[in-house]
Structures are given as C-alpha cells and as structure tokens.
Design a protein around this ligand. Sequence first.
Ligand SMILES: Nc1ccn([C@@H]2O[C@H](COP(=O)(O)OP(=O)(O)OP(=O)(O)O)[C@@H](O)[C@H]2O)c(=O)n1
Ligand SMILES: C[C@](O)(CO)[C@H](O)COP(=O)(O)O
Length: 235
Amino acid sequence: MYLLIPAAGIGRRLSAAWQQAPRNKLLLPLRNRPLLAWTLLAAEAAQSIRWIGIICQPTDQPDFAAIADTLSLSTPVHFITGGDTRQASVYNGLQALPAEAAQVLIHDGARCLSTPDLFDRCAAAFQSCKGFIAAVPVKDTIKQVNANRQIEHTPDRSRLWAAQTPQGFDVSLLKDCHRRGHDQGWAVTDDAALFEKCGLPVNIVEGEETNLKVTTPADLSIAELILKQRLRGTD
Ligand SMILES: Nc1ccn([C@@H]2O[C@H](COP(=O)(O)OP(=O)(O)OP(=O)(O)O)[C@@H](O)[C@H]2O)c(=O)n1
Ligand SMILES: C[C@](O)(CO)[C@H](O)COP(=O)(O)O
C-alpha cells in the first residue's frame, strides 16, 4: 500500500498559542522523538504499508530526511514538495505517486498516535470500497452557529462522526476530484470532501479515539500522556 503523509504545514495554531514564529510542529519533540518519527514508526510497523511519500516544504526536508535515517526504516521513503494548503500538498503528492499506484492512503503527519492496526484496517477497506476515511463518533453535542455566534442548528448527534486520517482512495478517481477541485476553486480541509463534491461514495472505517491531530498545545500534552501510557503498555 502507498502512503502519502502531508507534512508541509507551519503549525500556526500551535506557534500562535506560544506567541512564537510559525514552525513545522512535526519537528517538535514528543517523549524522546520528533513528532513525525512516531507517525513513521507506526507506518513502518503496519503490515500493509510498502511505500511512504512525505510531503514537505523544501526547508524541512533535510530535517525530515535525518529523522527517517535515524529510524533506519525498511519501507522506502520519498520526499515530495508541499503546497500552500493541505489540499495543494496532497495534489502534489498524488502527482508524485508511482504510475503503478492504484490505491493510496493519506495520513496527516500530525496524527502521530495512529496505530499500525489502523493503517492495516484502512488498507483492508479497499476490498469493499474506493473511498473511505477513518472516523470516530462525536461525543459532544455539535452546534451550527451563525456569524453572530448564535446557534442556528443542532445536528442529530447520532449521525455525526469526526473525520480522521488515514483516508483512502482509488488514485485515478482522487486525481480527477482534485483536478475538478482545482478548476472549480473548491477549498476543502480533507480529501473525502472532494470525493463527496464529485458525488462519489465515501465509507467510514472505525478510527481510534487516541488518533488525535496535534494542533494546539493541549493536544501536545494529551499526546505525551497517551504515548507515556502506550510505552508502558497501559494504553
Ligand atoms: N500546506 C500544508 C498544510 C498542512 N499540511 C499538513 O496537513 C496536516 C494537517 O494540517 P494541520 O494540522 O492544520 O497542520 P498545520 O497546517 O501545520 O497547522 P496550522 O493549521 O495550525 O498551521 C499536517 O500534518 C500538516 O503538516 C500540509 O501538508 N501542507
Ligand atoms: C484531514 C483532517 O485531519 C480530518 O479531520 C483535518 O481536516 C485536517 O485539518 P487541518 O486544518 O489541515 O489540520
């Protein structure tokens, strides 16, 4: 299975909280390794992942290459230049896939706590569909709010899921959706939304409650705790 890892962000929300200049949060230490290292180790331990493409800014590539070298991965790692948005980065990643890649998993580098089992369950989902996402049921009541911060609507919680990654797609179909998105000026925050806008079905694969996206300082603290428990075997 081919895996694309969007890793070309600049961590604005994390840096702003610390009142620091933006920097790629995937280089931040978590326990005793850079955040990206945990993502790579999980992908390496998955039975299904045979190819990794890290989508990054050229300025981060030397650091990411050093991280990959330190891990001595058996899975081949390739580097792809990212774009100004996650959507643009994934677009670049798709263009860089080997011609023989028919299916791809896309997984945020910032979701460093995903387990090998989740990668393998997602890879297996291709046996029954051409588009899917890892997701978990929503626990909070969600409110749709207008510009005046007044509640407009309370969706039925029983039908709400929080999208995670990996997200998996037929490569040819996703390339078409990204192309249409570029031509139509669609701006989306996950790749499934492009499939949806193109009228293509996207299924749900049960995600993991611990598969959080490290976005804010609180996420970093939670990720530290989860890793501490996981490394002690008490996760
Ligand atoms: N132009 C971008 C923006 C984001 N990402 C990646 O997409 C994932 C999810 O993005 P997010 O958590 O938002 O990371 P950042 O964009 O770095 O964070 P922020 O929005 O706070 O700047 C991350 O692994 C990030 O590196 C990317 O590859 N290219
Ligand atoms: C793809 C994603 O992780 C699904 O929840 C999320 O949309 C990424 O959003 P971000 O703003 O790029 O972190």
